[in-house]
Design a protein around this ligand. Structure first.
Ligand code: ADP
Ligand code: MG
Length: 254
C-alpha cells in the first residue's frame, strides 16, 4: 500500500471512529517517530495521548459553553489589590474546587460593582476546568423560568435538569423581589440541592434583608437561609464600585 493511500484510509478511520485528536496529530507524530526511530508502541502511545488530550479539552470547552456565562471573567483579570473584603488566598483556595466536591455553597454579599459577579463567574470557570457542570443564571430569570415551567407542566423536568448541575450560580439575588409562588419555587430548588450540589449566590442584600425578596415570608426566608448558609463560605465585598473608581482615577490622576 502506498503511504498516501494509507494516510487517506487513516483519516477516514479517524472520522468514522470519531478520533479528531489522532486525525490532527498522527502524521506529524509519524514523521517524528521515523526520524527518532521510536518503537511502534511509543508511536501508538503518543497518538493515543493526543486523542486523550483532545477529548479532555473538548469536554471543558463544552462545559464552558453550557455554563452560559454572560461574559467570561477569570481570576487572573481580578485585581485583588483593588478589592476590599476578599482575600486572594481564600479565593485561590476556592479555585481548587473542594467546595464543589463537598458540596458547599458560596455567598458573595456586598454593594454593586465590587466584583461579586466577576468572582462567581471566575470560580465557575475554574469548576468547568475540572469538568464540573456549571450553570449561571440571574435570580430573577431563574424564578421566571421556574414559574413558566410550572405553568406548562414542565417543572419536574426543569428541576431534574437543574439538579444535575454541579455548580448553580444564582446572580443578583435581591434586585427583583419574588411573589410567594416564585419564592417557594426557588426555596424548593435550593432545598433539593442542599448537601447534594453546590450553589453560589451573589447578593447586594444583608441576610436580614433577604425577607424582602421573599414577599415578607419570614418562615420561608429563615428556612432558606438556614440551608444555604449551613455549609457555606460567605465572602463580603466592600467599598466603592470598581468601575467608578477606575473612571475617577482616569479623570483626575493623582
Ligand atoms: P458586582 O457583581 O459586585 O455588582 P461585578 O463583578 O459585575 O460587580 O463588577 C463590575 C465590573 O467591574 C465588572 O466588569 C468586573 O469585571 C469589574 N471588577 C470589579 N471588581 C474588580 C476587581 N477587583 N478587579 C478587576 N475587575 C473588577
Ligand atoms: Mg453582579
Amino acid at each position: 500500500m502506498s503511504a498516501a493511500l494509507t494516510r487517506e484510509l487513516v483519516v477516514a478511520q479517524t472520522r468514522a471512529l470519531k478520533l479528531p485528536g489522532i486525525a490532527r496529530t498522527f502524521d506529524s507524530l509519524a514523521r517524528q517517530a521515523r526520524d527518532a526511530h521510536w518503537p511502534h508502541e511509543d508511536y501508538l502511545h503518543e497518538v493515543l495521548s493526543a486523542e486523550q488530550a483532545s477529548r479532555h479539552e473538548s469536554v471543558i470547552r463544552q462545559r464552558l459553553q453550557e455554563a452560559r456565562f454572560p461574559e467570561v471573567k477569570t481570576l487572573d483579570t481580578f485585581d485583588f489589590a483593588a478589592a476590599e473584603g476578599v482575600s486572594a488566598t481564600q479565593v485561590h483556595t476556592l479555585a481548587r474546587g473542594e467546595w464543589v466536591t463537598a458540596p458547599e455553597n458560596l455567598i458573595f454579599a456586598g454593594p454593586i460593582g465590587t466584583g461579586k459577579t466577576h468572582l462567581a463567574i471566575a470560580l465557575g470557570v475554574e469548576a468547568t476546568k475540572q469538568k464540573r457542570r456549571v450553570l449561571f443564571t440571574r435570580a430573577a430569570d431563574l424564578v421566571r423560568q421556574l414559574l413558566e415551567a410550572r405553568d406548562t407542566r414542565e417543572l419536574t423536568r426543569l428541576q431534574q435538569r437543574l439538579l444535575r448541575v454541579d455548580v448553580l450560580i444564582v446572580d443578583e439575588l435581591g434586585f427583583v423581589p419574588f411573589d410567594r409562588i416564585g419564592g417557594e419555587l426557588l426555596f424548593n430548588l435550593l432545598t433539593d440541592r442542599y448537601e447534594r450540589r453546590a450553589t453560589v449566590v451573589t447578593t447586594n442584600l444583608a441576610f436580614a434583608e433577604w425577607v424582602t425578596v421573599f414577599a415578607g415570608d419570614e418562615k420561608l426566608t429563615t428556612a432558606l437561609l438556614d440551608r444555604l448558609a449551613h455549609h457555606a463560605t460567605v465572602l463580603t465585598t466592600k467599598g466603592k464600585s470598581y468601575r467608578m473608581r477606575k473612571r475617577r482615577t482616569r479623570e483626575e490622576p493623582s
